[in-house]
Design a protein around this ligand. Structure first.
Ligand code: CO
Length: 297
């Protein structure tokens, strides 16, 4: 068998559904939905907005817990503010990435900045949930925040394909964010005529989510349109092409946990008993609380 050469094709197309998320903000969500619960090891893919909020209209997700997985937030436009029970707080601005390993448990709030709450404005970004294998579900919470300027970028020689490498490796450039299990998370912009290939090892599940224009995958005939998620089949190479309109997409891949998934709202464990424990631990305050300073006093 050749070292690399099996090009992945689109095995399944999932249309995203525009809906109001629990906290109230508008998302475009290919999964989880009624028909697709998760794409191992990814548990959720939300495109937040783009939404243009009027003054006083923006909403976010006030204090809530997580256990058993990681939440990854990537901003394209607008500004988010966050705080958590481990004492982290800050802003996410366009291009910034927050990779939060909830592990054993954390409580956090994620909301548009006070400025956007007050004056209105556009919010656009992504949140994905990455599952953790059973032996890592109760790991110590970990927090990685990288400003947009710190996310490695690369482009093909002709400049027609450009990538921001949040996780994994593309065009010879490696991500700075560390992941517990091998994960690929890349934001690709493909102009008309672009051509690029990425090695994504056989053992990883891979998918492409288009959020602007369209993108051709595998061969030029297989086109994904804005809002579509393409789950890729077996192989070790992902081939990307620019269409006549060009487009922008996320490439996501990861080694599946291949374990049972028990999920209830913000908790994702392996069994119902573990979910019950998570809920009890949250209720009894074992996941901590957000200590708020003078700002709120
Ligand atoms: Co959250």
């Amino acid at each position: 068998m050749s070292q690399n050469g099996k090009v992945r094709t689109i095995a399944r197309i999932i249309d995203s559904i525009r809906q109001r998320e629990g906290g109230g903000f508008i998302v475009r969500r290919p999964f989880p939905t009624q028909s697709v619960s998760y794409v191992d090891p990814f548990l959720l893919l939300d495109e937040m907005g783009p939404a243009d909020y009027a003054p006083g209209e923006a909403v976010g997700a006030p204090d809530h817990p997580h256990r058993g997985f990681e939440t990854v937030t990537y901003m394209l436009e607008g500004e988010f503010q966050h705080e958590d029970s481990a004492g982290h707080r800050g802003f996410l601005r366009p291009g910034d990435v927050q990779w939060m390993t909830a592990g054993a448990g954390i409580i956090h709030s994620e909301e548009p900045s006070e400025k956007i709450m007050r004056e209105g404005g556009r919010v656009h970004g992504f949140q994905i949930w990455v599952n953790l294998p059973s032996q890592l579900k109760m790991t110590q919470p970990r927090y990685q925040e990288v400003p947009g300027s710190g996310i490695p970028t690369a482009q093909t020689e002709d400049g027609l394909a450009r990538v921001r490498v949040i996780a994994g490796e593309a065009l010879g450039v490696r991500a700075v964010i560390e992941t517990h299990i091998p994960i690929v998370y890349q934001d690709w912009t493909l102009s008309p005529g672009a051509s690029a290939s990425v090695i994504v090892p056989q053992e990883q599940n891979a998918m492409i989510y288009v959020f602007e224009g369209s993108v051709a995958v595998g061969d030029r005939q297989n086109v994904l349109e804005d809002g579509q998620l393409g789950v890729l089949g077996l192989g070790d190479t992902v081939q990307l092409f620019g269409t006549q309109t060009g487009g922008r997409m996320l490439l996501l891949a990861g080694v599946p946990t291949s374990e049972p998934v028990a999920r209830y709202g913000p908790f994702v464990m392996n069994t119902v008993e573990e979910l019950q424990t998570a809920f009890n631990d949250y209720q009894s305050g074992k996941m901590g609380e957000i200590t708020r300073g003078a700002k709120y006093g």
